[in-house]
Design a protein around this ligand. Sequence first.
Ligand code: MN
Ligand code: FE
Length: 354
Amino acid sequence: MNPDTPECAGGIRMTRDRVSADNKRIILNNRTVDVNQLVPIKYKWAWHFYLDGCANHWMPTEVSMQRDIEQWKNPGAFTPDERHVIKRNFGFFSTAETLVGNNIVLSIYKMVDNPECRQYLLRQAFEEAIHVHAFQYIVESLSLDEAEIFNMYRENQAIYEKDEFSMSCTDGIIDQNVDLTTKEGLQKFIDNLVAFYVVTEGIFFYSGFVTMLSFGRQNRMPGACEQIQYILRDESIHMNFGIQLINSIIEENPYCWTTQFTDYLITRIKRAVELEVNYARECLPRGVLGLNVALMREYVQYIADRRLEKLHLPRQYNSSNPFPWMSEVIDLKKEKNFFETRVTEYQTGGALEW
Ligand code: MN
Ligand code: FE
């Protein structure tokens, strides 16, 4: 193992050479920069993502599940297809949030040794714990079968394949001594960041978000949907931080960004889109609430193109956004609950207009 890898970079030495922001790097500070000194801050964006995360702080138990419980207990309140898709989404999210938290702590944190980025990673790790808590709270409140929900990622093929896609990238960092001083090591790490920030948080969460928030727009499952709306807002900050992190690492280490590697990443993102469409097919075999597989495919392709653009990679689909209301939910402030402020607009009928 290379003695200069960041894992070893935690020691301090007595010196009068003070840390200057110019010397800081995202990775591979190699004892030339103290990893314990937040200030002077070089990456102001990382600090601002941290402040934004804190400003959005919320706890699941602040949200009442009373109306959800009443609705869920009412046999006529949901069709079997509606119950199916709701349970699938809880099954997916209840373990996916844990995978993301584990990857931050077990692989990203030891590779990224810049203190302001680590400050954000600590905040994000806590937010992932809050998200895990949210699904535990929802499952418990609704008295769902815990074993059914929490085992779903091993029992359901479509969920398993999404999680396998992400988890194989955590294993790639934990199992091997990834050497960030080599092109291959750096590419392996960027592959992990893309799998989590761009694919898991930026693509795999989204057909679940659209479906659950569609119930919320009809004032159904309002407590679960309010929490999912806060999760979506957190996730969009996670993804934006991750993309900025990836782009900054590439800027500081341009030699890793080869055509062969970008072609590989595009293939991976296209595979992720397929897996997300398969998942939508599994969740919506006949469609509910005006949602169906074709619309989901269009939406997932649309967001994948947006993610590719942010990585300065070419669009692959040119699909349009069938759910423009989603951007409104993402931009919302906590004080202004999307559903409570707009509920009258959506109470008129069952069908949604896009
Ligand atoms: Mn999360
Ligand atoms: Fe996240």
